[in-house]
Design a binder for this molecule. Structure first.
Ligand SMILES: Cc1cc2nc3c(=O)[nH]c(=O)nc-3n(C[C@H](O)[C@H](O)[C@H](O)COP(=O)(O)OP(=O)(O)OC[C@H]3O[C@@H](n4cnc5c(N)ncnc54)[C@H](O)[C@@H]3O)c2cc1C
Length: 407
């Protein structure tokens, strides 16, 4: 019997990158990646953008062409769920019976959609969006005459709303809070996004909830708080995700809004690591623990975990970055600003391209940009360098941010 090597639970973005990095870093032992979905590792962002719009096939979201793991000598077991971790014997139990032994284990189980427990949630035409099949099912319901109700005015809901409008559907977005994207955006920026959607003809109801989805076997309407029912041929519920921590918890690992890991992605068991949406990890630059649901974190923490599993000692520490595309509007955020003192705006909102910098103690604590990816890149570098910057210079588009880096 060959020596147990490294086992990865979760063939998503973090798990996929970790497995690949192990080989890139020269690890020659066995690597087994267990994924419950029937697909090779893929990226999810296109599922609410290009793939939902039908501009790209689902396969375009695969991290690498099918068969790449075979070539790298990585055993990919798709359609298999890891059902338990037995830490004493260092094995993982699999659905369908059988176990796989590990020397080191990576948990990259991501998250699953948060369910909305309302009447009618099980009706045909009611969707959540996490995977390839969900995206295809939503797309199939966005044909001619579609009337879509989106529950939740967060990133997923708004991207779906944008795609649906672009495909010609009538769209109502129902959001419980008084602003879009809750905690992620300032009220100012949320108001800008609201105008973007309303300007494209989306009917957005803030401070409103869906009390029930109605219909016989298929959804035909959504009953809103206040009593009115809006017609619907389909509904998409986008109210967040729940980290898949159950395996870790049952194995006795420390869990608290995600699997607790240190800066080397180690859980409370030195042979078990975790990466991606499922982790609650320290961020030295922010000085606190965070759990992120972001593409960049999934990839880079996956890579960092692989290196740490091979004995690397570089802590994983990056300023969070996130983006969203809605119509022709690209939104990018850096940092997780909390109690900033001042907002500095660069550029003109009316032009549809501007940046907001959130300042604390003379430094940039975070920034958000509409259609200005370049300035966001420099904002991130200014944050990394912990530069004290003059707000007047930041606000002046004729001053290049690059120059502030040198200053
Ligand atoms: C529609 C959509 C759009 C997005 N858009 C953006 C965006 O624009 N920008 C951005 O920054 N982020 C975006 N994200 C978030 C980003 O995709 C996630 O942060 C990222 O996918 C997390 O990767 P992960 O590997 O941690 O988890 P996941 O991608 O969730 O992968 C985890 C995998 O583990 C599998 N798994 C779980 N439990 C088990 C088990 N017991 N056994 C076997 N397999 C298991 C799951 O089935 C899944 O395949 C988007 C997400 C979605 C759903």
């Amino acid at each position: 019997m060959s020596d147990p090597g490294i086992v990865v639970i979760g063939a998503g973005q973090a798990g996929g990158w970790a497995a690949r990095t192990l080989r890139d870093e020269g690890f020659e032992g066995g690597i087994v990646v267990i994924g419950e979905e029937p697909y090779p590792p893929y990226e999810r962002p296109p599922l609410s953008k290009e793939v939902l719009l039908g501009k790209e096939p689902a396969e375009s979201s695969y991290l690498w062409p099918e068969g790449s793991f075979d070539e790298l000598g990585i055993e990919l077991r798709t359609g298999v769920e890891a059902t338990a971790i037995e830490r004493a014997g260092k094995t993982v139990a699999l659905s369908g019976g059988g176990t796989v032994a590990y020397d080191k284990l990576l948990i990259a189980t991501g998250g699953r959609v948060r369910k909305l427990p309302i009447e009618g949630e099980e009706l045909e035409g009611v969707h959540y969006l996490r995977g390839i099949d969900d995206s295809a099912a939503i797309r199939a319901d966005l044909g001619e005459g579609a009337q879509l109700v989106v529950i939740g005015g967060g990133w997923i809901g708004l991207e779906v709303a944008a795609a649906a409008r672009m495909l010609g559907a009538d769209v109502v977005v129902v959001e419980a809070l008084e602003q879009l994207c809750g905690r992620a955006l300032t009220s100012d920026l949320a108001a800008y996004l609201l105008d973007v959607h309303r300007g494209r003809g989306v009917d957005i109801r803030l401070g409103t909830t869906v009390e029930a989805l109605t219909g016989e076997s298929r959804v035909s309407g959504a009953r809103l708080s206040g009593g009115k029912t809006v017609p619907a041929t389909a509904a998409v519920i986008g109210i967040g995700i729940v980290p898949n921590v159950e395996l870790a918890k049952a194995a006795g690992l420390e869990v608290d809004n995600g699997i607790k890991v240190d800066a080397l992605c180690r859980t409370s068991d030195p042979n078990i690591f975790a990466a991606g949406d499922v982790t609650n990890h320290p961020n030295g630059l922010l000085g606190r623990n965070i759990r992120l649901e972001s593409w960049e974190n999934a990839q880079n923490q996956g890579i960092a975990a692989a290196k740490a599993m091979l004995g690397g000692e570089s802590p994983y520490c990056e300023i969070p970055w996130f983006w969203s595309d809605q119509y022709d509007v690209n939104i990018q955020l850096v940092g997780l600003p909390t109690d900033f003192e001042e907002t500095v705006t660069r550029g003109d909102r009316a032009d549809g391209s501007f940046v907001e910098f959130y300042m604390k103690g003379g430094r940039i604590d975070g920034a958000a940009a509409i259609n200005n990816p370049r300035d966001i890149r420099f904002a991130k570098r200014l944050m990394q360098a912990e530069k004290i910057v003059d707000p007047a210079a930041l606000a002046d588009p004729s001053v290049k941010l690059q120059a502030l880096l040198r200053g």
